[in-house]
Design a protein around this ligand. Structure first.
Ligand SMILES: [Zn+2]
Length: 340
């Protein structure tokens, strides 16, 4: 196998389908903004990283939630939101990404910021993206996230908001821990969104659970998912694996995230190679690069080192991601010649 160096990996043109905008704040920006929103920074740089970032596999959920809360507190104004959206696109562009789908949960950002309505949040983020697209040759699509842990009435409000803004959202997503939050409940909302013309992707089959594979199947059959966020637990159920392969449902796989959240104990145990070899449509994504202090190239580096991914494997995954991207065809096609 030809060895790929960091610069070879960074220079590969990439498509990223699964990146949370509200968890993609650039580290230098986070440190700059934290004191302005009332967060006291720890004295040393190492301690500051421990305050905000997840760089080791999670075993203490309390401290992890605190980190997400700190990251959320920083998203305090429209000006900040535009800036983080711009910087997320800039960082992605510099990492070789040319098609980028960014997702966020309006409820997550609005929480604790009473002045920020869904409308203000969306316009601010959208403006940041537009500004970045004037400067960098990158196509960007925004995905609206429904948090499954919120009451149904809140989920309904988010779905209606996404439908009202379908010109600037490409899709609707359902996120947060699946345990205890059966996907079926959300069926009427996702059917409504689909009818209105939004694409559907669903976070499912991420963490180990005996029902995880069946939730993936339900997400496709009942919620109408065209892609699955993670979905890696289908390796536990050959019937569902065959179903996902035969229905040609792409998986948005996030290797570093899966390791840090301990969906798999080690990188060696991660099933991405097994899924690819079985004919499942696999794409490679970074999930929360701000909170993990990573970029997409780091995920590629892990796959090259641990699972012997070659340039050809990466090209294959990017081809799958290109075709599966929800970014409108007219925009996407401008980039086809760069990729293929
Ligand atoms: Zn995610």
């Amino acid at each position: 196998m030809q060895k790929l160096y960091a610069h070879n990996i960074r220079d590969l043109l990439k498509v990223e389908l699964h990146r949370h905008l509200d968890c993609s704040v650039r580290w230098s920006t986070l440190v700059e903004l934290a004191p302005q929103v009332g967060i006291t920074l720890a004295p040393t740089s190492q301690q500051q990283k421990e305050q905000f970032l997840i760089t080791e596999p999670m075993n203490d959920l309390g401290s992890v939630l605190n980190k997400f809360l700190n990251a959320q507190k920083v998203l305090a104004s429209e000006e900040i939101l535009s800036r983080i959206a711009f910087e997320a696109c800039e960082d992605a562009y510099n990492d070789g990404i040319r098609l980028l789908e960014l997702r966020y949960a309006p409820t997550f950002i609005a929480e604790g910021h009473s002045s920020l309505t869904f409308e203000k949040i969306h316009q601010a983020l959208h403006n940041g993206v537009k500004l970045a697209q004037k400067k960098f040759a990158i196509a960007v699509g925004l995905i609206c996230i429904v948090q499954r842990v919120k009451p149904f009435a809140v989920a309904e409000k988010v779905v209606d908001f996404a439908i009202d803004h379908k010109d600037s959202f490409v899709a609707l997503d359902l996120a947060d821990n699946e345990e205890g939050f059966d996907p079926k409940v959300f069926a009427p909302l996702f059917q409504k969104a689909k009818k209105a013309g939004l694409h559907i992707t669903i976070h499912s089959g991420e963490t180990p659970n005996d029902q995880a594979a069946s939730w993936v199947k339900d997400s496709v059959e009942i919620l109408g998912a065209e892609r699955i966020g993670h979905g890696i637990q289908i390796v536990r159920n050959p019937e569902v694996l065959n179903f996902i392969r035969d229905r040609k449902i792409p998986l948005e796989v996030c290797p570093i995230s899966n390791y840090l959240t301990q969906s798999f104990k080690t990188y060696e145990e991660h099933p991405i190679r097994q899924l690819l070899n079985a004919g499942v449509l696999v794409t490679i994504n970074s999930d929360d690069p701000g909170v993990f202090a990573t970029n997409l190239s780091d995920d590629y580096e892990v796959l090259h080192r641990v699972h012997s991914f070659t340039t050809e494997d990466f090209k294959r995954c990017n081809q799958i991601a290109f075709e599966a991207s929800f970014i409108p065809k007219a925009e996407k096609e401008k980039f086809r010649k760069d990729f293929f």
